[in-house]
Ligand binder design. Structure first.
Ligand code: NAD
Length: 257
């Protein structure tokens, strides 16, 4: 019944926007933060703030260890990523706004992907002081492979080879400002959509979680697809609890039949 219901909402919509969180990638083998067994059961979230990253070599080493674990799995897109890419290629979906940093939407073929929490593909110099680097960074940018090689060679906290500053993945940590251009693009998409799909997000992390509310205020329908209840279920026209990949591929099949 829910697949048919979602299928007909998808069929009626002309400008769908997907807002995705860590739950869209768990079926690819990447753990989320808040589920049982999620990353926050093994790493302490209070240690993952920007200030702690800057002040503690131990926090940086732990953070790189988590990145290594994250990337070693070489995850592949799943049915949920492919379903969204397919809706875009059919001209029904105008963009994916994602909190994820794993690049799996692009790997599935999505072309308009707004990464509001950055990505793990790149690392850059953030400058700063314990190492005597340039404030705000010297502009040094490299791929994640560069840093992975140094970690594998035994350096737990690789520094900037240009200025000696701190190196960090191009992701947004707690306490760091949201990327301005990405948030502008996300707001633009949300305000122009007629159906917002919030998929695999606990909708607890603001300001990102405010985007479904913004879509609702702008007159769009809101559908929440999540394994567990979320804080914003009250604001949705339809809530479907279950696995994102199964639900989306079932709804697409229902829409196309
Ligand atoms: P979260 O961990 O707070 O919430 C994930 C939600 O997804 C949970 O409510 C869970 O019930 C649900 N879920 C898990 N598997 C699911 C599935 N197969 N189908 C449907 N729902 C499923 O994650 P969040 O809301 O994205 O916010 C936390 C932050 O975590 C974000 O900033 C994100 O950048 C970051 N993060 C990203 C990744 C990634 O890039 N893959 C992984 C972990 C965390």
């Amino acid at each position: 019944m829910t697949a048919a219901e979602l299928g007909s909402l998808l069929g009626e919509a002309a400008r769908i926007v997907a807002f995705t969180g860590a739950g869209v990638s768990t079926e690819s083998g990447i753990p989320d933060f808040r589920s049982p067994g999620g990353l926050w059961t093994r790493y302490d979230p209070r240690e993952f703030t920007f200030d702690r990253y800057v002040e503690s070599a131990e926090v940086r080493a732990n953070s790189w260890a988590m990145r290594r674990e994250f990337l070693a799995a070489m995850p592949q897109p799943n049915q949920a990523h492919y379903a969204l890419a397919s809706l875009e290629s059919q001209g029904r979906l105008t963009g994916v706004i994602t909190q994820n940093i794993d690049g799996l939407h692009q790997a599935a073929g999505s072309r308009t992907v707004v990464e509001i929490h950055g990505n793990v593909r790149e690392v850059h110099c953030i400058g700063l002081f314990p190492r005597g680097g340039v404030p705000d960074g010297c502009g040094f940018t490299e791929t994640h492979e560069w840093v992975m090689e140094l970690l594998a060679a035994g350096d737990p906290d690789p520094g900037c080879p240009k200025c000696g500053g701190i190196v960090k993945t191009a992701t947004i940590s707690f306490g760091q400002a949201m990327p301005e251009r990405a948030m502008e693009k996300a707001t633009e998409l949300v305000n122009a959509c007629d159906l917002l799909l919030a998929i695999g997000s606990s909708l607890e992390v603001f300001p990102a979680a405010g985007l479904p509310l913004e879509a609702r205020s702008a007159g769009a329908r809101v559908v929440i697809i999540n394994r567990d209840p979320t804080d914003l279920d009250w604001a949705a026209d339809l809530v479907i609890n279950g696995e994102a990949g199964t639900i989306l591929s079932g709804a697409l099949a229902a829409m196309e039949s």
